[in-house]
Structures are given as structure tokens and as C-alpha cells.
Write a protein of this length. Structure first.
Length: 407
């Protein structure tokens, strides 16, 4: 089966799986790359290096606990050149799945903006299920006290290669994983809006040698590390500086969450930012592609553990300057139905009017007052690093009562 990418030089498809083997054993790490031959050769060398094993440890990206109602499945990111927000976009799709002791992620970079998050999530779930089955089958065949871990790893590697080739073909050739033909399912309601002032900073350098360390603010990126590796600029990171919460009046009655702690509420946005571990891996793999890219979320999909419900975070942007950006993150959810909520059908209009209002240099508060959300509650802008000082989501109260006040 052919897996060419039709001349799409941005195409990069990476699948990594970690499989737990027991309390006192290291997890098995398997990874396959599909893309340009040059990067594929570099990847094979990267994956074979003992000192870089931590780059392929992905279990730490699965932070779900038994207390969480909603689990993150996938995120669609877009790339911009640092300080050039008007440049053409490339797209990154991140999906993850865990089943029993198998943890699997996929990083797909492409020029296609129409990839379906739900479809690729289903494919990665299938791959994870298949790898879990391969592992259980092979280990069942191994006699007790006989060390055949290489055979296990070989079979898992061969299985992932075959599954990955088919998945990559679906994307780059068959194009069956596009959004067309998707069913809408349950009707979501708009539940929350985060209005965020953020800055984009590039002051970190990654050692490309054996130590893999990250340093801040070097004057000369050509200086070599003590391990002999050269420093390279790491991709810029997003500093979420201030946030204003916009939410319906009856949020206490609507939400099924036990806590409306602002810091915990804000974690839904922090949780969809691309993990630092993946940024480092992408830069090790292809620093020339990613070293100057700002990677921002556009859409994130979640599912409910208890029901068939789902939630989405849809993110819009306004570039204030080359390194300052406003994020508008809209949360929709199928779990809630209340007179104070607004159907997500109206979301495109709401997003358009709020962005237009901010573009006209209106404040966040003025932008909301001139929108369909004018009857919702809105907090003042709060410093993200101080959110832990506030104990509940309220409109305007003093800090002594555990609410929020103006900064």
C-alpha cells in the first residue's frame, strides 16, 4: 500500500505507544514515523538513542483521574511563524487513547485543515486496542521466567508499522478522515467563554546533544553545551497572562461539577495547550520546521466517561501585536440544557461579533456588552498566576469572601 504524501512537504505523522509491563518494570516504548525520508532517517536514529528514551515517555500526558467527568481526546492546532501572524498556516492534530495498560498518541502535521478530530481519534483508539491485543497475545505465549522482551517489542513494532501505514494512507491518499459526512449527534450548548490576554515568548534554547537540557536566554545560540551538543532555539511558548471568565447567571445550578474553583475551571484551557514534552520532541525531530513556530489550539474534543455526551473548546484569536495575542475560548457541552444557556448553533455569530468588537479596540467588557452574551456574568481581568487566590467563580466580590475582585 502506498503512503506517499502527494508532495505535501509539511506532512509528518508520528505514532507513539507506551505499554505498562508491571510495577517494577519499565514500560515498553514503540514509535513509528511516516513522512519525508530525510526526517524518517533522523527519527530512526533518534528513537534508537538510549539517552533520549524520556522523549518517548507519553504516559505522563494522560492525567485523567477517576474524579474527572470529561476526558480530552484530541486537539487541532495551527502554526504561525513567530512575529509573522499573517503567514500561511500549517496544522497539527494531536489525539490520544488509553486502554488497559496501553497508552497511545498521534501527532499529525499536514497542510490539510479539514481533518476530522473524531475520525482520527477513532483510528488511534483502534490502533491502541490492536497493540494491547498484540501485547496480551504474545505475553500469553511466553513461558514463565523466559526473557523474550525483544520478541514482544518486535511484534508490537511490526503491528504498529502495518496499522500506521494504513492510517497514514487514509490521510494522505484516500482522504477518508476529512470532516465531510460527519453526524452532528447531540445538540451542544455554549457554557463558558475565556477571554485571555497572552504573550508569545521565545527565549529558550534546546541542547541537541546527549544531555537534552533546556536553557533560557542565551546570547549566542551557536555556543556548544558541555556535552558537545549545539544549542538551538526552541519553539516559542504561550504565556497566558490574564483571563476574564464569561458565564451564565445560573452556572451554580447548571454545572454538575462539585467545584467552580476558577483555577480548576481554567485548567480546561491550559490542558489543551500543546505539551512541552511534545514541543521538545518536535524540535529534536525537525528543529528547522518547528524552531520558529507558534503552535496554538483551534479546536479540542472531549468525551464524558459516564454518558455519550461530549464537549468542545473552540478557540478564536486576535493578534494585537506580533507577540501579543487575545484568545477567545468558547466551551460547548451536550450535558446541559437550561434557559440561561445559548445553543452552539449561534456560536459563529457570537464569535464574529465579539472579535469585531475587540478589533474596534473595545475592552473585553465592552465587547461582551455589545454581543449576544450581554446578559451573562463577566469577571474583571484576573492574573492567571493568581487564580489560586480565588475560591469560587463569582462576578465581583472581594477576596475576603473567596470571590474575585478587580486587579
Amino acid at each position: 500500500m502506498e503512503t506517499t504524501n502527494n508532495g505535501d512537504k509539511s506532512h509528518l505523522n508520528l505514532i507513539i505507544s507506551n505499554i505498562l509491563r508491571g510495577e517494577h518494570e519499565l514500560s515498553l516504548q514503540i514509535a513509528k514515523f511516516f513522512g519525508s525520508k530525510e526526517i524518517e532517517d533522523d527519527f530512526e536514529k533518534l528513537a534508537s538513542e538510549e539517552h533520549l528514551k524520556d522523549l518517548f515517555e507519553i504516559i505522563s500526558l494522560f492525567k485523567e483521574t477517576s474524579k474527572e467527568d470529561i476526558i480530552l481526546d484530541s486537539v487541532h492546532y495551527a502554526e504561525w511563524e513567530f512575529k509573522k501572524p499573517e503567514t500561511n498556516l500549517s496544522h497539527i492534530y494531536f489525539s490520544k487513547n488509553s486502554l488497559n495498560d496501553a497508552y497511545t498518541i498521534n501527532l499529525l502535521r499536514t497542510n490539510l485543515s479539514e481533518i476530522s478530530l473524531s475520525k482520527i481519534s477513532n483510528e488511534i483508539a483502534f490502533i491502541g486496542q490492536a497493540l494491547n491485543g498484540i501485547y496480551r497475545r504474545v505475553t500469553a505465549e511466553i513461558a514463565e521466567n523466559i526473557e523474550l522482551s525483544e520478541r514482544i517489542k518486535d511484534e508490537l513494532g511490526n503491528g504498529l508499522l502495518k496499522l500506521g501505514k494504513f492510517y497514514n494512507w487514509q490521510i494522505s491518499e484516500e482522504r477518508s478522515l476529512l470532516r465531510e459526512g460527519e453526524k452532528t449527534g447531540l445538540s451542544p450548548m455554549l457554557t463558558t467563554l475565556f477571554m485571555v490576554k497572552a504573550s508569545i515568548i521565545q527565549d529558550e534554547y534546546l541542547c541537541m546533544g546527549t544531555c537534552n537540557q533546556i536553557l533560557n536566554s542565551r546570547e549566542d545560540e551557536r555556543i556548544s553545551c558541555e556535552c558537545g551538543g549545539d544549542y538551538r532555539l526552541l519553539s516559542p511558548y504561550i504565556n497566558l497572562d490574564q483571563v476574564s471568565f464569561v458565564y451564565p447567571n445560573s452556572i451554580q445550578d447548571i454545572s454538575t461539577s462539585q467545584s467552580l474553583d476558577p483555577k480548576k475551571v481554567f485548567q480546561i484551557l491550559e490542558g489543551i495547550m500543546i505539551p512541552k514534552k511534545l514541543i521538545v520532541l518536535l524540535n529534536r525531530l525537525a528543529n528547522t520546521l518547528f524552531g520558529n513556530k507558534v503552535i496554538l489550539p483551534i479546536l479540542a474534543n472531549f468525551h464524558s466517561k459516564a454518558t455519550n455526551d461530549s464537549a468542545e473548546v473552540i478557540v478564536d484569536y486576535f493578534w494585537k501585536t506580533e507577540d501579543e495575542i487575545y484568545l477567545f475560548a468558547y466551551v460547548t457541552d451536550t450535558r446541559y440544557s437550561h434557559i440561561d444557556l445559548i445553543s452552539a448553533v449561534s456560536l459563529p455569530m457570537i464569535m464574529r461579533e465579539i472579535k469585531e468588537n475587540v478589533t474596534k479596540h473595545l475592552s473585553f467588557e465592552e465587547a461582551i456588552q455589545k454581543s449576544k452574551l450581554k446578559d451573562w456574568n463577566q469577571t474583571p481581568l484576573l492574573k492567571v498566576k493568581h487564580l489560586s487566590e480565588y475560591k469560587e467563580l463569582t462576578k465581583k466580590t472581594n477576596t475576603n469572601s473567596g470571590g474575585m475582585n478587580d486587579e
